[in-house]
Ligand binder design. Structure first.
Ligand SMILES: [Zn+2]
Ligand SMILES: [Zn+2]
Length: 331
């Protein structure tokens, strides 16, 4: 099972997505329900593929894993799916101590909080901020009050188990049309780090969108402005807003501008990032991971940061956890 999980992780980090990843996820689902001795017997008699969801590739990985030692299929995949990083971007990645935007199965992520945390630990992080979606984003199973409170209880337990690693509490809160936030004040107050993002009405006219974003950025609860243009490269144009005004507000209210590392986003685009630097903004290089493999995407954001010469000391997730918390409290 661990071997199959690792295959899915590798495929995710290489953006394989689609059919292949789904196939392995299907196999994983089956393997979770089949006793080990039956798997062994089927591997011996080459009948694994008779089980639902198990194809030739997954049967191969299972057989190799059961035989012990290293699975050649997996070893090859490990090599081929390494996320590359340039010399220029490396100092950025090495400076990062955590990740401030990621999702779990509680909203639209594919992995448990614990799996995300264990991967973050393996990547050398000291902390991560869990930022599942807020209630209005129903398509992404946004968390209502009751579920968020339950999640906070779960995090307290997990934090004890995983110490000294820290899972900071957070949410990716929707910026509603009028600029208000999709979460009650008392809950916003309780969270360590709040990422605020626009997910609806992305085509709003410029003036309205500017006011909407500035209102959110000015909230004392908001720490990071997520994927500011909302663009999906090749699929969705960036929203239009007065970037000068929005970044001036980010700088004035101490809200970091996220450098979103997802390849389909790479948000903000270079020219906007340069503008945010001019305004003296804070930044956060985040994976916005929805699966463990995607936690390895920060190098994409680091490339963008290197390209635009973002000052490393303005990147809040290079801070220690205590400094990050002090920063969120002060800004
Ligand atoms: Zn988002
Ligand atoms: Zn997100």
């Amino acid at each position: 099972m661990a071997a199959l999980e690792r295959v899915v992780h590798c495929l995710d980090r290489a953006h394989a997505g689609g059919f292949k990843t789904k196939a392995f996820l299907g196999a994983l689902e089956t393997v979770r329900t089949v006793p080990d001795d039956e798997l062994q017997r089927r591997a011996d008699t080459r009948t694994l593929t008779e089980l639902p969801g198990i194809g030739d590739s997954s049967a191969k990985v299972i057989t190799e894993a059961l035989a012990g030692g290293e699975s050649p299929y997996l070893a090859k995949l490990e090599r081929e799916t390494q996320v590359p990083i340039s010399e220029a971007a490396r100092p950025y990645r090495e400076a990062l101590r955590g990740d401030c935007h990621l999702h779990s199965r509680w909203s639209d992520g594919g992995a448990t909080i614990e799996a995300m945390a264990r991967t973050a630990i393996a990547l050398g992080h000291e902390y991560m901020v869990l930022t599942d979606h807020s209630p209005r984003l129903t398509v992404a199973h946004g968390l209502n009050r009751e579920r968020l409170e339950r999640q906070l209880d779960d995090l307290a337990v997990l934090n004890e188990q995983l110490a000294p690693f820290r899972i900071l509490t957070g949410m990716e809160v929707d910026i509603l049309e009028d600029g208000s936030l999709d979460l009650d004040e008392d809950l916003l107050e309780r969270l360590d780090v709040v990422v605020a993002s626009v997910h609806s009405k992305l085509r709003m006219e410029r003036q309205g969108m500017t006011e909407r974003m500035v209102a959110a950025v000015a909230s004392p609860h908001v720490d990071i402005l997520g994927h500011c243009t909302g663009r999906l490269i090749g699929k969705r144009d960036p929203s239009t807003f007065d970037a000068d005004y929005v970044f001036a507000a980010c700088a004035a209210y101490g809200t970091a501008v996220e450098i979103n590392s997802r390849v389909e986003r790479l948000d903000p685009p270079a020219e906007l990032l340069a503008l945010a630097i001019d305004h003296g903004c804070w930044f956060s290089i985040d994976s916005d991971a929805h699966a463990t493999g995607q936690l390895e995407w920060q190098p994409h954001g680091c490339e963008r940061a290197a390209e635009c010469d973002v000052p490393i000391d303005r990147i809040v997730n290079t801070f220690s956890v205590d400094d990050l918390l002090a920063w969120t409290a002060a800004s």
